[in-house]
Structures are given as C-alpha cells and as structure tokens.
Design a protein around this ligand. Sequence first.
Ligand SMILES: [Zn+2]
Length: 287
Amino acid sequence: MANISYVYPNVSSLQQRGGFDERWELAQEHGCTYIEVPADFIKNKTEVSRTGLDLCAVPDQAAIKTLYENHARCIKDVRYILHTEPSLRRTDGYGISAQALLKWYDPEWRERFVRMVLEVSEFLGKPAARIEIHPGDRRNHNQDLIDSVIFLQDAYESAFGTRPDVLLENRTGQCIQDGNTIKNLADEVAKESDDLQASFGCVLDVQQLYTVTKERCFASFDEIPPGFLKGFHIHRKHGAPSLDDPIPWEKIFAKIRTFDQEMIINPEIHHKNRVGEVIGFCRGLVG
Ligand SMILES: [Zn+2]
C-alpha cells in the first residue's frame, strides 16, 4: 500500500496566516498528519497597510510578527507544511496589480526568500515538516533551483538542526510545468547528490498538469521518475474532483499506488465543508 499522509489545506474560511489551533483540530478530525501554513509574499491591500511594505514584497521579520497570529501554545504539537509564494498576480484594491517574482537565479533575492522562511518557522516556534516552493518564470534554470534548495536546506539546518524535505510544485506558465520539465529537473537532481535526491522532489498539482497537457496528461505524468514524486495537490479547479472529470484520476492513482516512497496529499480545495469528501476520494483510489 502506498505510503501516504494527508495535509489539511489552507481553506478560505480560515484566518489566513493564523487559525493554527483550528487547523490542527480540523486536521485531526479528518485524519490528516499535517496542516498547511501559507507563506506568501505581501498579498493584498490589508497586508500592505498593516506592514507598510509594497504589494508582493518579501515580508521581513517585523511584517511576519504583524501578519502571523502567535500561537506558541498549540504549535508545539502541530506538524506543518510551509507553502511558500506561488508567484501569483496580486491586486492592491486600488487598481494596482503586481506579480510576486521568484528569482532563484538572483543570490540576493534567494537570501531574502530563505530569511523569510527561517523567520516564519522561528516565529511559529518549530521547523516545518516540508517546504513547498514554486519554479518561477523561465529566467530560472534547473541549476538555480538546485542551488537554492541546497542553500535553503543548509540555512534551515544551521537554524533548527534539521534538514527539511523541499517539494517543488509545477505551475502553468512557469519553468517547470509538465512531465518533461519535471523529468529534466529530476535527472539533474539525481546527478547532484544522493542526499539531494532523498530530500528534494516534486509535489505534483495534477490539475495544473492537466491544464498544460490536456489529453496527454497521463503520458506526461508517466514521464516523471516515480521516486521524484513526493507529494500531490488534488483538486478540480480548487473544488472537489470526480471520476467524471477529464483528468485521468483512476490511471494516475493506480500508478501512485505502486510507489513506495513517503508521499503527502494536500486536497487543495477552497471549501472547508468538502475536505472530507476529497480525502475520501483519494483514499478510495489509493486503496
Ligand atoms: Zn497546488
């Protein structure tokens, strides 16, 4: 049987950057091992005015203190997956829009990003169980991602004494978006070191893969070296998936069933009252 743990998703009714007690209770209710904790850049007009930072800026330590709800009491038991900025386009509510760039190729930016991750974890009082990152645009190359992941793991290890697994999520329009680009990255990671291969992989958003590949979805999925797949985001346009979807769920899960590495599934939907249904859908297909 596949070795899968579930992540309670960042549903929209929860207090953003907070509600950790509630998230953890919901996680336990649904048999989830982890909660998702968002670590976006400055994302809306409220955050701009509360922190004085620009839209899409990387939050500094003062901003983190302002934005995150402090819950030292409960975070002790909580195991969390830190979901970092996906490079979304944001609007400030006054007609200004901006996109948070991911610049893995820029050492100065990379350092700022890593500092944010460390400061969020430090503020929450414990290290993340996994850190999810996103590829960014095509100015980013595989080696930039690899160097950045090692830099992040090294920094995290010096701060917390533990080396976290890092999972890269595929995203439509970014430099890693389909089976082929994921496979190329996996090949380069394998060449880099055994340590990196054990601790860096892909969290596959199946809906995003489908958006990019349509009827080639399964063939594209099939190109990815199985051992590189360390997690999945399961949803249908952030709603509940169904076997009637054009996404070949049954074929995909039949293959996942044969993998023996540790994997996580985040049923990444927006509505709290359907999380149980999506986890049931996955459990049914994983067997
Ligand atoms: Zn996703």
